[in-house]
Design a protein around this ligand. Structure first.
Ligand code: PLP
Length: 394
């Protein structure tokens, strides 16, 4: 007889595994697969950042640091956000430096949500939001944006709040968006800002792709409604620093203080030599990261052209490094089946649209990432083309 083993927390075990990670793992074993799946910048971390990291290690910045983030770094965050997006925070107490946006988002949910509270999420969206909300005790309320160009509108917001069966505490939105690349104009944000005010909700704005916009400037909702917005950003994508794990939360002072309590409990602080790295990244002139942005734009143009020539229905994305593409009409399967077959027979990995959505509308979509190396993207697109042509011949 075995001794009794206590059960694990059902509020965690009941949360489904992240569908995106699950699919990526399921195709990992396919031979010679070329991945157009990852949101991983195909660039090395800038030399200035690497040098600052090494110097930080040499200077023994390897002890516990200021939990909320080194004060000089927090000031640099505020200077950067003011310079780039006109965010007007006046105190470093309004900034919390976190272990990536991933931790920031969970800490915010934990701070805002009482058990059962709802958070509206324009759908499709980054999959880990859903599990993060559930683990924090809240309820994700997905808002279908497939009929409004994958954008939240004031009307959709109002309607969704009216129909919600639980109290809605906040809206979590992300632009430029993963997975659609869609972003918002200043006018659209101003209209949304009014709607958020009217609805009396918090706005959590994940702006991790803010630097990666093509032919337009990013406008932060934090510049419009600083008392209601909790802005999240980080260095993973803009500075090719995914492994460094650096995120920032910017919020009203009293909110930031509560988020900091959660952060201190979860991780205490990010590694202290990473503070040096992050400071160096924030001090880099925009011109130093511009070549990466220009390269993403060229990759986007290349991928959009190939996909449209193959009759995929594609909105040309204004930012981030993903394309959310609807399968051509003559390919009658769903995105899941298509992505599995494409991986096994065409040797290209893409992600089924359903991994980002709660709605049937996403079933005919796949997400293609153009974050990686340009040659690999070219090869991946040629394989995709060859696969589709072969399917059409049969
Ligand atoms: N938010 C969005 C919308 C993302 O797409 C990603 C990564 O793909 C993250 C957050 C994760 O960011 P971080 O590396 O800062 O945790």
């Amino acid at each position: 007889m075995t001794n009794h083993i206590p059960a694990l927390n059902p509020e965690v075990t009941a949360v489904p595994a992240d569908k995106l990670l699950g699919f990526q793992q399921s195709i990992m074993g396919v031979d010679d697969l070329l991945f157009l799946t990852f949101g991983e910048p195909g660039f090395d971390t800038p030399e200035a950042v690497k040098a600052a990291t090494v110097a930080g290690v040499e200077a023994n910045h390897s002890h516990y640091g200021n939990s909320q983030g080194d004060p000089e770094l927090r000031q640099a965050v505020l200077d950067y956000m003011k310079d780039r997006y006109n965010l007007q925070y006046d105190s470093i107490e309004q900034v919390v430096v976190t272990a990536g946006v991933t931790e920031a988002i969970f800490a915010i949910f934990k701070t805002l949500l009482s058990r059962g509270d709802g958070i509206l999420i324009p759908d499709p969206a980054f999959g880990s939001y859903f599990s993060s909300i559930e683990m924090a005790g809240g309820q994700a309320i997905a808002v279908d944006t497939s009929k409004t160009g994958f954008k939240l509108t004031p009307e959709l917001l109002e309607e969704s709040i009216k129909e919600a069966t639980v109290p809605v505490k906040a809206v979590l939105f992300n632009y430029p968006s993963n997975p659609t690349g869609v972003t918002y104009t200043k006018e659209e944000l101003e209209a949304l800002a009014k709607a958020f005010e009217k609805a009396g909700v918090w706005v959590i704005s994940d702006e991790i792709y803010s630097e990666l916009t093509y032919g337009r400037d990013h406008v932060s909702i934090g510049a419009l409604i600083p008392d209601r917005a909790i802005v999240v950003n980080g260095l993973s994508k803009s500075h090719a620093m995914t492994g460094y794990r650096v995120g920032f939360v910017m919020a009203p002072k009293d909110v930031a203080a509560e988020i900091q309590k959660v952060h201190a409990t979860l991780v205490y602080s990010i590694p202290t030599f990473v503070y040096d790295a992050a400071l160096a990244a924030l001090k880099m002139p925009k011109a130093d990261i511009q070549p990466m942005i220009d390269t993403y734009q060229k990759r986007r143009d290349m991928a959009v052209k190939v996909l449209r020539d193959l009759d995929f229905d594609v909105l040309s994305p204004d930012g981030a490094f993903y394309i959310f593409a609807k399968l051509p009409d003559d390919i009658e399967e769903d995105g899941w089946t298509f992505a599995e077959k494409l991986a096994k027979e065409g040797k290209v990995g893409v992600i089924p649209g359903e991994a980002f959505s709660m709605f049937d509308g996403a079933k005919r979509y796949v997400r293609i990432s153009y974050a990686g190396d340009t040659d690999q993207l070219q090869e991946g697109l040629s394989r995709l083309q060859a696969y589709i042509e072969k399917v059409r011949e049969n």
